[in-house]
Design a protein around this ligand. Structure first.
Ligand code: NAI
Ligand SMILES: O=C(O)C1=N[C@H](C(=O)O)C[C@H](O)C1
Length: 252
């Protein structure tokens, strides 16, 4: 029998962290060795003998948490938002000094969401117009969502490679914010509404037609297969992987 994956969950009392604690506890090949929250000493992770860390904390803490894990040779599965290009570049440098460590930064752990973003990137080069709408529960602290940022990045990359220009837009006057945020040239709109969990639509428009790609997470259980896949795969994928699609065989 292969060794148990010894997991420390950071942000363990949160909405996602508590779900991850449950999923890891129920997984036969894993052992939950530490559950940490705000203000807890990260040394507890080492003392508990963790081999892997799951970070589901807050954008202001995730970078320090992951840095600590990597510096101590622990693999990390990260769902927390806030991983800008600059932060990822700094992490890459750290990983070069710790070449056996694997880190997954997954803007979204739900398989359907990862697929929807990949489908959107494929479709976006065939349509004149594309915009992203993300819809979340009102307790979410950041906007736009990490998923929407990643989706816009993938769409922009696909359109650039195909030589597709900007979406047409004749807007000259507007209230500030009316056209949403712009990520790599793609408009992204954020809705916060009681009753929602995590949802996203990509609207694609061409002459006389529209394609809508929508994904809905109704329950945070939807994210757990991705978290467990990340924990089972990180060690065999040294370096930084950005997006769960890096651990999946999409398009094969
Ligand atoms: N990648 C994915 O599939 C998903 C990612 N998320 C992201 O995960 C993060 C957490 O989301 P929620 O659970 O909804 O938030 P939450 O606010 O319910 O939980 C965050 C928890 O982290 C704790 N915390 C704060 N600082 C900490 C620190 N330094 N070390 C350890 N814990 C700390 C807080 O006290 C809180 O309990 C957000 O960035 C969110 O966008 C959420 C859902 C899915
Ligand atoms: O805060 C959330 O809830 C979520 N955060 C992630 C994001 O910002 O994309 C993933 C999912 O959308 C839920």
């Amino acid at each position: 029998m292969s060794a148990q994956i010894k997991v420390a969950v950071l942000g363990a009392a949160g909405r996602m962290g508590s779900e991850a604690v449950k999923a890891v506890t129920e997984a036969a090949d894993m052992e939950l060795v530490a559950s940490l929250g705000r203000g807890d000493d990260l040394q507890q992770i080492i003392d508990a003998g963790a081999t892997h860390v799951v970070d589901l904390s807050v954008p202001g803490s995730t970078e320090d948490n992951v840095r600590f894990a990597v510096e101590h040779g622990l693999h990390a599965v990260v769902g927390t938002t806030g991983w800008t290009e600059e932060r990822r570049a700094n992490l890459q440098l750290l990983l070069e000094q710790n070449p056996s460590v694997g880190v997954l930064i997954a803007p979204n752990f739900a398989l359907g969401s990862v697929l929807a973003s990949a489908f959107a990137a494929t479709a976006a080069k065939y349509f004149e117009s594309v915009e992203v709408i993300e819809l979340h529960h009102p307790n979410k602290v950041d906007a736009p969502s990490g998923t929407a940022v990643r989706t816009a990045e993938l769409i922009a990359q696909s359109r650039k490679e195909a030589g597709v220009g900007a979406s047409p837009d004749a807007t000259e006057t507007q209230l500030e914010g009316a056209r949403g945020a712009v990520v790599d040239g793609i408009h992204v709109h954020s809705v916060r509404l009681r009753g929602l969990v995590a949802h996203q639509e990509v609207l694609l428009g061409g002459p006389g037609e529209q394609l809508t790609l929508r994904h809905d997470s109704y329950d945070r259980a939807s994210f757990m297969p991705g978290v467990l896949l990340g924990l089972r795969t990180a060690e065999s994928m040294p370096g930084l992987t950005y997006g769960l699609d890096g651990y999946l065989e999409l398009g094969q």
